[in-house]
Design a protein around this ligand. Structure first.
Ligand code: URP
Ligand code: ZN
Ligand code: ZN
Length: 460
């Protein structure tokens, strides 16, 4: 079956043209005006609409056993929610904890995803310890095409690594040409502050941010950068949330540390006042690093506009309010951390960045798709519109107007992080390797079409 997307306003990270895109099988095979096509071709008229490369979410938790519970989405619901929002590829954190075997975890996560994802996916490999077996196991997994690691400087005793383990993981990554993504918060500072706050009777969700203030993240970011500098590894700070951490990352980049920066859509648009909401409602907005004071948002948007922040992800981590977030009533340290967003990232970034803000349309495409493909070994198969690239395409109607509501979402969670937010535009048609998955706001695709994406390392 072939597909023609006709007369769209095609926008990539570095080009814009009005043209037709012809897709044969999985692949884009022709781009031009007034293309002639075989009789059995499905034609989608994109007149007056943007055509973007399929969006890539570089930071997703679909299956995350964490804080005594497990995220609510399955690969079925999470991938369909991604597609409804225009995300055609996600990178999930494969997250065995330090008491579990890494290779068994690798098989387990692959089994969960295989045959259950509607969109393509790949994994950052969670390195939660570095013992006698870790190096050989990581070599095997990298050889299988998973060429990015994930480390946590927080959550010690569970996902977190100590400094010796961090050094060893980065040294191996440097040798193998693997990029290391990192959650940067100083764990000891968090643990001490949590105890002080609880001892003083401060137990509600509003105390989550004060327990891990901006300096804690700046210290973690600087710590990670120093280890990158001394091991020569390539790094990527995930969910950078505040100006002091941005300053630490930029200082490292200025002295030559190979460091890319991700921010996530909750930090760009929500602030700590959400976690200070009435009663226990604020628990819906507990994530780490926490939602920050609003004054941090302008520096993040400015850095994004200038390309100093590379990517915008979600850190999608869907825990129900009822039954899951509620585990932390009376003790904010027990609220499962995370906000659902996989369905909302692209529309929120377009609406509040491009449509109502000053984010350049090409920067939008770069931050939401192209840069992630480049950093994580998926480009040019993903992240652009070019002959030979996968036919992952988003026909986006900029004139659509709507409001986000939990009642209408595909994400399998009982609230919506962006409840009540207006959105300008929506993905009208979304394709996964040439097959239509979303049409006019409905999932119409093959729930099992998604493939695991194997990637090449980038040796030094
Ligand atoms: O609060 C968050 N971010 N939850 C998911 C785990 C993580 O830290 O990425
Ligand atoms: Zn994190
Ligand atoms: Zn995360």
């Amino acid at each position: 079956m072939s597909l023609l997307i006709k007369n769209g306003d095609i926008v990539t990270a570095d080009a814009r043209m009005t043209a037709d895109i012809y897709c044969q099988g999985d692949t884009i095979t022709r781009i031009g005006t007034d293309l002639e096509v075989p009789a059995d071709t499905e034609v989608i008229d994109a007149t007056g609409k943007f055509v973007f490369p399929g969006f890539i979410d570089p930071h997703v938790h679909i299956h995350l056993p964490f804080m005594g519970t497990v995220t609510k989405d399955s690969h079925t619901t999470g991938s369909q929610a991604a597609l409804m929002g225009g995300t055609t590829t996600f990178i999930e954190m494969l997250a065995p904890n330090r008491n579990e075997d890494l290779l068994e975890g690798y098989r387990y996560w692959n089994d969960l995803a295989r045959g259950h994802s509607a969109c393509d996916y790949t994994f950052h490999i969670g390195v939660s310890k570095f013992d006698g077996t870790t190096e050989a196991q990581l070599r095997q997994i990298v050889a299988d095409g998973m060429t990015s690691f994930k480390v946590f400087l927080s959550y010690k005793g569970f996902f977190g690594v100590n400094d010796e383990e961090l050094f060893k993981a980065l040294t191996l990554a440097s040798e193998l040409g693997v990029i290391v993504t990192a959650h940067c918060e100083n764990d000891e500072l968090v643990a001490q502050r949590q105890q002080q706050l609880l001892a003083a009777g401060n137990t509600g969700p509003e105390w989550h941010e004060p327990s891990r203030p901006e300096r804690v993240e700046a210290e973690g970011t600087n710590h990670f950068a120093t280890f990158l500098e001394l091991t020569g590894a390539r790094g990527y700070v995930v969910h950078l949330s505040c100006e002091p951490a941005l300053d630490a990352a930029m200082a490292a980049k200025r002295r030559g540390v190979q460091l890319a920066i991700e921010c996530v859509i909750p930090h760009l648009l929500l602030d700590k006042s959400y976690a200070e909401g009435p009663g226990f409602e604020g628990a819906k907005y507990v994530m780490s690093p926490p939602l920050r004071d609003k004054r941090n948002q302008k520096p993040l948007w400015d850095a994004l506009a200038q390309g100093l922040i590379d990517t915008v992800g979600t850190d999608h981590a869907p825990f129900d309010f009822h039954g899951q977030k509620e585990m932390g009533r009376g003790d904010f340290t027990k609220i499962p951390n995370g906000i659902p967003a996989i369905e909302d990232r692209v529309r929120m970034l377009y609406t509040y960045g491009v449509s109502r803000g000053s984010l350049d349309l090409h920067r939008f495409v770069s931050a939401a798709s192209t840069r992630a493909a480049q950093l994580f070994g998926l480009f040019p198969r993903k992240g652009t519109i070019a002959i030979g690239s996968d036919a992952d395409l988003v026909v986006f109607d900029p004139d659509y107007r709507g409001t986000l509501k939990a009642a209408n979402q595909t994400m399998n969670v009982d609230y919506r992080g962006f409840e009540g937010f207006e959105v300008d535009g929506r993905p009208d048609v979304v394709t996964v390797r040439g097959q239509v998955a979303v049409r006019q706001g409905e999932f119409v695709g093959d729930p099992t079409r998604g493939q695991l994406l194997r990637r090449e390392p980038s040796p030094r």
